[in-house]
Write a protein that binds this ligand. Structure first.
Ligand code: ZN
Length: 307
């Protein structure tokens, strides 16, 4: 039997039951008043519907999550989350559109909402005494073209410098990545990211880039490998974990996503961080972890009624 034959992928009732077991492991909680008293079950009126015994408001498990206000059946959402979580390099909105038999636009919105579920928000700094954090930067794609100017009805692109690439910085420690899109990778921005995210007692490993020279002195130790001299590993010092992360990210972006505007890049990075950080979980567990992240992240798109 295929995994996609599981009941929560095909039945709306079981999709609700499955999501409820993840969001409410101790039993339903009223999102309006926080009551944990077993609510009235109005499932016969509408699948998943409940009524609070205390405040008398009606609710489903979707309230307050990225699925709230969505018209897509929940079992299709479950399929979409599973497909995104089980594909190493992600899955494109085009593929989702074909596989789930939904419009491309709907698939695109679903993908974005699922990425929001994967975002971890503000996290405490990583590293610490005796811990190593690798840091590295890469450049990817290109920034939007310069504005076009119309002359005699013909738009043309302003000449000038070639479009700059998008800068990305990643920090890897203990098998977990934390990745940022930055406007540009300069010493001040790199310093801010390191200061906000890495404990000063940490041993920092980078390449010989001057971006890290000054800030490196603010950490317990700073070791570098000289990539320009062909040195990639020296006595346990390397940035291979960052390189591996970037390699999965770039292959995914080229092969699967292809188009990604700068505006959305951080969301894609959250998706790649999520998969990287949960790579040892099996597909089902990774899916459940993503679903656990849907709470408190309800996002409003101006045209969210489409999904
Ligand atoms: Zn209530």
């Amino acid at each position: 039997m295929s995994l996609l034959n599981k009941r929560h992928f095909t039945s709306e009732k079981y999709a609700f039951k499955y999501l409820e077991s993840i969001i409410w492991p101790e039993g339903p909680v009223c999102p309006k008043c926080g009551s944990c008293t077993k609510p009235y079950d109005l499932g016969k009126t509408r699948v998943g519907l409940k009524k609070c015994r205390d405040c008398k408001k009606q609710f489903t498990v979707k309230v307050g999550t990225v699925f709230e206000s969505s018209h897509i059946p929940l079992h299709k959402w479950m399929q979409a989350v599973y497909l995104i979580c089980s594909s190493k390099k992600g899955i494109s909105a085009h593929q989702l559109h074909r596989t789930l038999e939904i419009t491309y636009k709907t698939a695109w919105f679903m993908c974005h909402r699922i990425r929001v579920a994967m975002e971890e928000g503000t996290l405490p700094p990583i590293g610490g005494e005796g811990q190593i954090v690798q840091a590295d930067e890469t450049y990817f794609g290109k920034k939007a073209n310069p504005p076009t100017v119309k002359t005699s009805g013909q738009p043309f692109i302003k000449s000038g410098k070639a479009a700059a690439k998008l800068a990305v910085i990643t920090l890897v420690s203990g098998g977990k990545s934390r990745t940022f899109h930055v406007d540009r990778a300069d010493a001040a921005i790199v310093r801010q990211i390191l200061k906000d995210n890495v404990k000063p007692e940490t041993e920092l490993h980078t390449d010989e880039s001057r971006l890290y020279t000054k800030v490196g002195k603010e950490f317990a130790k700073h070791e570098t490998v000289k990539h320009t001299a062909g040195e990639y590993y020296r006595d346990g010092v390397h940035t291979n974990k960052c390189e591996n992360y970037f390699s999965i990210f770039k292959r995914g972006m080229r092969g699967v996503y292809q188009h990604c505007s700068e505006k959305h890049l951080q969301r894609y990075l959250s998706e790649f961080d999520f998969r990287y950080n949960n790579r040892e979980s099996d597909d089902a567990l990774r899916t459940e972890k993503a679903l656990a992240g849907i709470v408190g992240k309800r996002i409003m798109y101006r045209d969210s009624s489409m999904v």
